[in-house]
Write a protein that binds this ligand. Structure first.
Ligand SMILES: NC(=O)c1ccc[n+]([C@@H]2O[C@H](COP(=O)([O-])OP(=O)(O)OC[C@H]3O[C@@H](n4cnc5c(N)ncnc54)[C@H](OP(=O)(O)O)[C@@H]3O)[C@@H](O)[C@H]2O)c1
Length: 278
């Protein structure tokens, strides 16, 4: 890994996702702290990042744009236009701009900063905090040459997946971006059921977490083994697991999940329409 290729990295916004990324970039050595420039609306989070990681705290967003080669927009979609419009002319054609804003499409971003060719959308999920994220990205029409840089940089945070903007990016947003939220929902049902049968909440929680972790680790051990095959290995004919699985199928849990994913996609599209500029 050569940090020279990434150059100076800027963050506009120092909230949860920026903090998780900065932690991972600095701790993994992907980007040294002295090459990370950060601004935030209020000063508290910025000062903390400076104290903990030694990043360069900037007085305003324009200073980030002036200092950095690659700028990550780590602010909420509803704040993005207000933050970028006043400093739009400070961006240079040589900048690479990465937006994390959910539902904020590349075309809208391009209208805000038309001179920038290397426009990228990145969709991280919360396990990015522990460098076990799924980080999806799509590229603007003139940013195809940025793929290697994005893969290299975001590789510090977990696995990196390219998905063209549109249906594929929406699917990634819902299945992986919202995915941890859906998994936590299932984990809660699991825990409640165990608790109702006499286990202490803390013990029930540990049992559930370890079951999910163990299953995921087993699936992760050999990519060549299909999930169906792993399931077959724990399911004997007419046995306990088989009885549970039969009910899951009769109750059409797959249909419920698919329906929920489709609803989430519709909401993603609704947000995109709300943030799109005419
Ligand atoms: N968190 C996730 O799991 C996740 C996953 C995927 C994508 N994303 C995307 O990542 C982006 C950031 O999310 P987040 O969870 O990190 O949000 P967050 O914790 O609310 O952080 C947003 C930060 O932006 C700052 N900000 C707002 N307006 C600003 C402006 N005009 N100039 C400079 N800073 C400004 C806020 O400052 P204050 O401290 O003053 O409020 C806040 O610290 C969002 O677009 C979100 O869609 C997040």
């Amino acid at each position: 890994m050569n940090p020279m290729r990434i150059g100076k990295l800027g963050f506009i916004g120092a909230g949860n996702m920026a903090s998780a990324m900065i932690k991972a970039f600095v701790e993994s050595g992907h980007v040294p702290a002295e090459r990370i420039y950060v601004s935030n609306r209020s000063s508290q989070k910025l000062n903390r990042l400076k104290e903990v990681y030694g990043i360069q705290a900037c007085a305003n967003n324009e200073e980030v744009v002036d200092q950095a080669d690659l700028i990550i927009l780590a602010i909420k979609p509803q704040d993005l236009v207000g933050a970028i419009e006043p400093i739009g002319s400070s961006f240079l054609p040589s900048h690479t701009v990465i937006s994390l804003a959910a539902g904020f499409n590349l075309r809208t971003l391009q209208r805000l900063i038309p001179q920038v060719k290397n426009l990228v959308r990145v969709m991280p999920n919360t396990p990015t905090n522990i460098r076990r994220g799924v980080i999806g990205y799509c590229l603007g029409p003139e940013a195809q040459g940025s793929a290697a840089l994005i893969e290299q940089l975001m590789g510090a945070l977990g696995i990196v997946v390219f998905a063209p903007e549109g249906e594929a990016f929406e699917a990634l947003t819902v299945s992986c971006g919202s995915g941890p939220g859906f998994v936590f929902e299932l984990m809660q049902y699991w825990q409640e059921w165990i608790e109702e049968r006499g286990f202490e909440p803390a013990q029930a929680r540990r049992m559930v977490v370890q079951t999910f972790l163990g299953a995921a680790e087993l699936a992760n051990m050999d990519a060549a083994v299909r999930l169906e095959e792993l399931q077959d290995r724990v399911t004997s004919k007419k046995g306990v697991t088989a009885a549970g699985l039969q009910s899951m199928r009769e109750l059409e849990i797959e249909r419920a999940l698919r329906y929920s994913f489709e609803k989430a996609v519709l909401r993603d599209q609704e947000i995109a329409r709300g943030t799109a500029q005419s």
